[in-house]
Every structure is written in C-alpha cells, then in structure tokens.
Design a protein around this ligand. Structure first.
Ligand code: UGA
Length: 445
C-alpha cells in the first residue's frame, strides 16, 4: 500500500520508517527543503537510537523516499498520515495551522478514496475539523475517511515503542477505514498487539488522558519525595512498595527535577485548555502543572543549600537534555536549574552526551555557561557536581576520578542515580531526592 507521511520531524520520520519496515511504500514529505535534502543524503536530523539504521535499510530497499512535493505524494497514496507540529500557542492551546494546511492540500488533491490519519497530538475535535476542511476543499464528490491514530512514542526508545507497542489506538467512523488501518498495522496485529477501535473523539482523548496520567504519576512521586525528606522516609523504597501493587505499577515513579520535553508540558496545558473550552475544569491536571513548576524551584533551593550558597561558586552540571538518550532540550528541567544557579551568582560548567549543540543554539534564552568535553572536565575546579539528566553514562561515573577533579567532594543527584552509602564510601557528601543525605564516615552525617 502507498502511504504518504506529511511532516518529517520526530513522529513523522519514525512513523514513516517503521511503516516502510512493515512493507508499505512510504513517501515522507516536508516543506523544509534543507531537511529533505539532508534526508536524501542519508543524514537524520534528530538523535534517536536505531532510527538511522531503519531509515537507511528501507531507503535502500526502495520502500522509503523523501520529497517536498506534497501534492503528488498525496495523489499517489491510499493513506495520508499527518505528523506535522502542533506547537503551543501563548495561551496553552495547540496551534493547528499546520494540520489545517495539510488538510487543505489533501482536499485539493483528493483523487479517490483515502484514509487521512492524524498522528500528531491534536485537541479533541481536530479529526472533525480535518474532515470538514477536506470535504470543503474537495468539493464533496470524493469519498474519504479521517482516522485518529495517536502515537505513544518516547524519545530515546521510539523505534521499539513503534514496533512493540502496548496497544494501537484507531479512532474511525467507518469499518472500511478501520480495515485499511488493520492492513497497515498487519505485522502488529499478527504479533498479538491489542487494537483499541474507538470513535475519533475517544481516540483523541486517549492520548491526552494517557499523557496527563503519566505526568500525574511523576508529579505525585515528586511530591511524595518532598514529604519523604520531611518525615525521614526513603522515596525509592516507598516507590518500590507502591509499584509492586499491580494496580499502580512501578513505571513513571522516579522522582526527578520535574517532567519536561515536547509532550507532557504541552499536552497537560492543552488538556486543561480543552476542559476549559467546554466549561469544565481538569483540577488534577491544574495541580500537576503547578506541582511541576514548584518542583523545579525546589531543585534550585536544594542545590543552593547543598552548596552552602551559590554566589561565587562553580557548579559542574551533568545533563542538559530533558531526559536521557535524547538531544532534545525542549522544556528541559535543566533550563530552570541553570537559570536559578546563574541568577544566584554561580558559574556553570556543563556536559551532556548529546544535547550540547541544542543548548548552545538556545542563546540568549539560556544564560551563558561553559560547555565541557566530559563529566570530568566539567568537574575540574568545581565546588560540586549536580546531575540533572538520567543518562546511563552518569550512573557509572568513575567517582574517584570525579572527586580528584573537584574542589570539594559534593554530589547533588537530582535523578537518584546512585545508592547514597556507595557514594559516601567514595568520599562524597551526597544529596538526592526523597532520601536522607549521606556523608563519608567521620564527617558530618
Ligand atoms: C512521552 C510519553 O511517555 C510517550 O508515551 C508519548 O508518546 C510522548 O510523550 C508524546 O506525547 O509524544 P517523552 O516526552 O519522549 O514521551 O518522554 P518520557 O520518557 O515520557 O519522559 C517525560 C519527562 O518525564 C522527562 O523529563 C523525564 O525525565 C520525566 N520522567 C519520566 C520523570 O521525571 N520520572 C519518571 O518516572 C518518568
């Protein structure tokens, strides 16, 4: 089956490459000519483990190609996936102008039955808007169906998430459209992946409710961590004790400096807006958003206290990306931490395995910091280390080497990557989240 994927950003590229891997003939379209030229040269514009290999394999097999020519790609395709950006407007609503433009082009080029699939995270009601737009622009003579097929990909494990999903959600109004989707996702159906077939609005809502719930879990454990500190409990044990209850589950109960990225902050704000537009209040989500802001401010206080004040101090900051295994800086919790540290007079020496060029490009929004080659260079001459991102390589630092570079042996771990006693045994004072601080024997405990 011929498929057109409009938008060669993160979601579009992963979707296009994986559908080609399922055996579909996929054309990836983007209006950014430089991006398409780079893709044609085999250069992948984003950092995502496994993506380059799967793109290359399917381009070589002739199942995946890239173009800026939207009209012809639409005309050739049986299914058109819309995977363009829906950036937040200043009031938190999603900006749907790119989705609308694509719907107009589809309407202009409708030449027979097509299934139009929204893959971007779009407010409830967008499927209907796409349907109305396509109908208006096509003059109403041609048959088509609009399907909502939200993605649940995590940056850093997107290929795995696509090829081995927990579920596939298909929101459609007709069985004919559902059947086309089942054909497209044939390998997943055959592998026994559950399919949730729903109406378009329910499918759209599943995406927001899922992201909202996951964000809630994170804010919940972040607040539990704060309370654990006050009462002398250990959040890691508490999270494990909670997570073994199969109704709760162990995932997304890791305390941290707040959730970031291009999805949770945007989608939680958007779903709060959607509720408001319908005269409702999503009170839990409102609380999750304010808890997330507060945890970010709490991190600055925590670092300040651990360093005994920040004025004139040098902080080695490990991690800039919003989470490990990505170069993405969007709404990274490291940003408010850096702002807070610099504001209070600290100099920041930072290292991130993948996100340093994205961070450099954020000037002047991000205050000036020194970028270092690795964790040890960042630590050289610093008054302490702060871990802000859960990169695996930060779980396995050579602590003796790190300590030898520092002016004072202080490790503030905003991701709880280490066992406190182990770090203290290496001569560090160790400050983490929701657990008692640890210090080397013989020093102040
Ligand atoms: C998230 C969802 O997990 C995906 O299912 C969804 O498809 C995607 O949004 C989207 O809507 O496109 P992603 O933003 O890539 O994926 O990142 P996550 O792995 O979910 O992490 C989000 C943030 O929460 C990160 O800042 C991460 O460090 C933080 N986090 C996550 C925690 O602080 N604690 C946790 O236990 C888990």
């Amino acid at each position: 089956m011929k498929i057109c994927v409009v938008g060669s950003g993160y979601v579009g590229l992963v979707t296009g490459a994986c559908l080609a891997d399922f055996g579909m003939a996929v054309t990836g379209v983007d209006k950014d000519a430089a991006k398409i030229a780079a893709l044609l040269r085999g250069e992948i514009p984003i950092y995502e483990p496994g993506l380059e290999e799967i793109v290359e394999k399917n381009v070589r097999a002739g199942r995946l190609r890239f173009t800026t020519e939207l009209a012809s790609a639409i005309r050739e395709a049986r299914a058109v996936f819309i995977a363009v950006g829906t950036p937040p407007l200043p009031d938190g609503r999603a900006d749907l102008s790119f989705v609308r433009q694509v719907a107009e082009s589809i309407g202009d080029n409708l030449n027979g039955y097509k299934v139009i699939v929204t893959k971007s995270t779009v407010p409830v009601g967008t499927g209907q808007m796409v349907e109305n737009t396509v109908r208006e622009r096509s003059g109403g003579g041609q048959e088509f169906a609009v399907v909502s097929n939200p993605e649940f990909l995590r940056e850093g494990s997107a290929i795995e998430d696509f090829l081995e999903p927990d579920r596939v959600v298909v929101g459609a109004r007709t069985q004919r459209a559902v059947d086309v989707m089942l054909d497209i996702y044939g390998p997943l159906k055959a592998a026994g992946v559950p399919f949730v077939v729903a109406n378009v609005e329910s499918a759209e809502m599943i995406k927001y409710a899922s992201n909202g719930f996951l964000a809630t879990k994170i804010s919940f454990i972040n607040e539990v961590a704060e309370i654990c500190e006050a009462v002398g409990a250990d959040v890691e044990v508490v999270a494990r004790g909670m997570g073994l209850d199969s109704r709760i589950g162990p995932k997304f109960l890791h305390p941290g400096p707040g959730f970031g990225g291009s999805c949770f902050p945007k989608d939680t704000r958007a779903v709060a807006q959607i509720a408001e537009q319908h005269g409702k209040r999503f009170e839990i989500i409102d609380a999750v958003l304010s808890a997330n802001d507060r945890v970010q401010r709490r991190m600055i206080e925590k670092v300040d206290q651990a360093f005994g004040g920040l004025a004139g101090k040098t902080v080695a900051l490990l991690g800039l990306a919003f989470k490990g295994d990505t170069d993405d800086m969007r709404e990274s919790p490291a940003i408010p931490v850096i702002e807070g540290l610099v504001d209070r007079g600290a100099a920041v020496r930072a290292f991130d395995p993948a996100a340093m060029s994205a961070a450099r490009a954020m000037v002047p929004a991000l205050p000036p910091i020194t970028y270092c080659q690795d964790a040890y260079e960042a630590a050289t001459g610093a008054d302490g280390v702060v871990i802000a991102t859960e990169w695996n390589q930060f779980r396995a630092l050579d602590l003796a080497e790190l300590r030898s570079r520092l002016k004072s042996p202080l490790l503030v771990d905003l991701r709880n990557l280490y066992q406190p006693l182990r770090v203290a045994a290496e001569g560090f004072r160790y400050v983490s989240l929701g657990r008692a601080d640890a210090a080397p024997e013989g020093s102040r405990g």
